[in-house]
Write a protein that binds this ligand. Structure first.
Ligand code: PMP
Length: 358
């Protein structure tokens, strides 16, 4: 590669997703996937879409994905959300990319926590978007008083990642009221595992956008579906960006599967309860092994051992076939983020840790 091209490539700092190992038989607790399969209705709906030798695949999907928007609106009917208030995309990462392009103003810095989902700084770095990080407090909580106006917008996950800490709804309402000139984006990737959704605040706050994914609570990371909910002006802005470069973000199978998943509330309830039960059991086992465990409202826990280096622990676990996430970043390089798996996976993790710590 010529010096010109290689310097161009090296200027770009990529987002590094969690490892997707090729080996079977690993206990994979590194990317916050759900350990349970999706609702059986998802497979039925996708099979139905493939009927008659897949003849429907000849045809473009609905560019507006109206069925999916209606399913999302029906799920949040209690908050009077309508289909016109929903934007959909190919995973919430793609939805977030649209949000950065359409709604976060680039003349002023966008604000987000210093410890958060790495997509945000990476996106800003790649696209030369100004941002400023706001330190979490000593308990890893988001301190809303430190978010100053004016700014180009505010974005954070709730619960936060990789900490699992929750910002209570009244704090979000207060942030929205203090920053009426900014869009406040609440990334609710993990909210179904014990969080409080900001969906209840959408009707009162024109500056709020709530972003969700089907990758976690609905066990559909492989289908790539995410969505955003907000008042119509924000959704129209997102649609304009979408229409300018891909009118068909979701394929037919993704739309059919996502509608089925969102409509099966009973299944969602059963799996999220199972994950939350396993989380409580794992937290108590980890505390028993000498780990400090941050209270988590997500499908992962963020832990640290007082006597053992986190990088070495991650490597020793890997040798025993258990993969967890270690971030080599300031302030959290002694922590591990561990996804909640099945109880059996949790037991294998604890057994491996017992052996390592002995
Ligand atoms: N937001 C947060 C906070 C996440 O951790 C993730 C998953 N890594 C995403 C969004 C993106 O999820 P997806 O693109 O699978 O919808």
């Amino acid at each position: 590669m010529s010096r010109y091209w290689s310097s161009l490539v090296h200027r770009l700092t990529p987002y590094v997703p969690g490892e997707q190992p090729k080996l079977a038989r690993l206990v994979k607790l590194n990317t916050n996937e759900n350990p349970y399969p999706p609702s059986p209705r998802v497979v039925e709906a996708i099979s139905e879409e493939l009927r008659n030798g897949g003849e429907l695949l000849r045809l473009y999907p609905d560019p507006a994905a109206d069925r999916l928007k209606e399913a999302v609106a029906a799920r949040f009917a209690d908050f009077a959300i309508t289909a016109q208030q929903v934007f959909v995309g190919n995973g919430s990462d793609e939805v977030l990319a649209h949000v950065f392009m359409a709604l976060l103003k680039h003349e002023l810095p966008i604000l987000f926590p210093d410890i958060t989902y790495s997509f945000y700084p990476v996106y800003c770095g790649l696209h030369d978007v100004a941002y400023a990080t706001v330190p979490l407090d000593e308990d890893f909580a988001i301190r809303i008083d430190d978010y100053v106006a004016p700014n180009g917008g505010i974005i954070f996950p709730n619960p936060n990642a990789p900490t699992g800490c929750l910002l209570p709804l009244p704090a979000i309402a207060s942030l929205l009221a203090r920053h009426r000139q900014s869009v406040v984006v609440v990334d609710e990737a993990y909210v179904d595992f014990g969080g409080e959704s900001a969906m209840a605040l959408v009707s009162e706050h024109p500056n709020l956008l709530v972003v969700r994914t089907l990758s976690k609570a609905h066990s559909l990371a492989g289908l790539r579906v995410g969505y955003a909910v907000g008042q119509c002006a924000l959704i129209e802005a997102l649609d304009r960006v979408k229409n300018s470069f891909n009118s068909y973000p979701l394929d037919r199978l993704a739309i059919a599967g996502a509608v089925a998943a969102i409509s099966d509330q009973a299944y969602l309830e059963a799996t999220r309860q199972a994950v939350m039960r396993s989380r409580e059991a794992l937290c108590s086992d980890l505390r028993g092994l000498g780990f400090e465990v941050l209270p988590s409202a997500a499908n992962f826990v963020f832990v640290r051992h007082r006597l053992h280096d986190a990088g070495e622990l991650a490597a020793a676990l890997r040798q025993r076939g258990v993969i967890v996430r270690h971030f080599k970043l300031p302030r959290i390089d002694q922590h591990l983020r561990i996804t909640i798996g099945t109880d059996v996976q949790g037991e294998l993790l604890v057994e491996a840790l017992r052996e390592i710590l002995a």
